[in-house]
Design a protein around this ligand. Sequence first.
Ligand SMILES: [Zn+2]
Length: 431
Amino acid sequence: MTAASLLRAAPDAVATAARRVMARCEELARVSADTASIERVYLSPEHARVNRLAAEWMRELGMRTWQDAAGNQVGRIGDPAAPALMLGSHLDTVLDAGRYDGIAGVLIALEVVRLLRVPSGDDGWTVPLPFAIEVVAFSDEEGTRFGKALLGSSAVAGTWNDAWWDLADADGVSLRRAFLEFGLDPGRVGEAARRPDELVGYLEAHIEQGPELDRAGEPLAVVSSIASARRFQLVVEGEARHAGGTPYDMRRDALLGASEAALAVERICSAEHHIVGTVGRFEAFPGAVNVIPGEVQFSLDLRGEFDGERDRVWDALARDLDDIMGRRGLRWRAREVHSAAAVFCAPLLQDVVAGGIRATLPTRSEAPPVIFSRAGHDGMALGAIADVGMLFLRNPDGVSHHPDEAVSAGDVAHGIRALAEAVLLRGTEPA
Ligand SMILES: [Zn+2]
């Protein structure tokens, strides 16, 4: 029996697998630094505990396991000499997190291994594929602790930056010290890096973190690309003066200028189809009830499917800010604090994900939805060394990074089936 026919013969196995994913998401949610909410950050005791659990689940499937030099938990099954198709996602969380962001993707990957594995003779298991399968539970995707996202996957991609060692958490603990306290050697982080020739590609299942699939009534989508993002810290300067004594024609109110700027972000971004801009932090100084604000500092997060479109929106916004501030007698400046280019999913992996989704649909001729990811993912880092493909699962109401984050067991079952079929389809192409 081939792996493909094994999979088709096993609808009950897929439903059982989905129930196991849901139960394990609950189990992992209990591994938290906070009893009232979910909080699991990089290099914490909770990180170590979920790695041990994941390793146990990997070994139970007959996988060889190791924790790499950056604290990522890895399991491998199949020909030891073959390159690997990497599956996975992350187990770290934001503060007051949901149960499924990242976590569901790791657990779905494990169930795919369970569905595809076959006995290998000497008591072991293998996968009947021209490549091995590795499941990676990335250790830091969210960047919650050190303010820098994708630390785990950057180590695997070999793009670790030594400037990060001095990043500190809220308690002043440096990344270097946290490594040592976790039992990792900062000097060996390079050993986590993988070579492009070791990998066939990287495939990740993830909840959408937005409402598009829910609105469309679709359980799954092919991801076309992961958004490009730029973040800025902006400052508007006016003049702080007495709130009573200063007539309107003499006011240079930085808050009113910055407020117009925030509205300009909404106006300009919403006119573009594939751009979203958010002012998430906004602070007025000196911040007294009887003083006209002399300075406002605010953040801008700009995301788009295409780098060029995103940059044009920033240019248009900058022209608008010149107008607004000029009219109000204010000055403004911006400092770019983050920039990441869009990562496009490889056409071949988009095709196999689409084929995998079609296998879950009543009529296989239907074309599954294709959407771009507005959120960042480990694939952004992995893109440096491997073809990347992603599968999105419907996220009711699009609530994510919140305790109410959800996904249904039925959709998880579709996701497991689609990812397993995608892996089999990838196996029919040259490694
Ligand atoms: Zn995530």
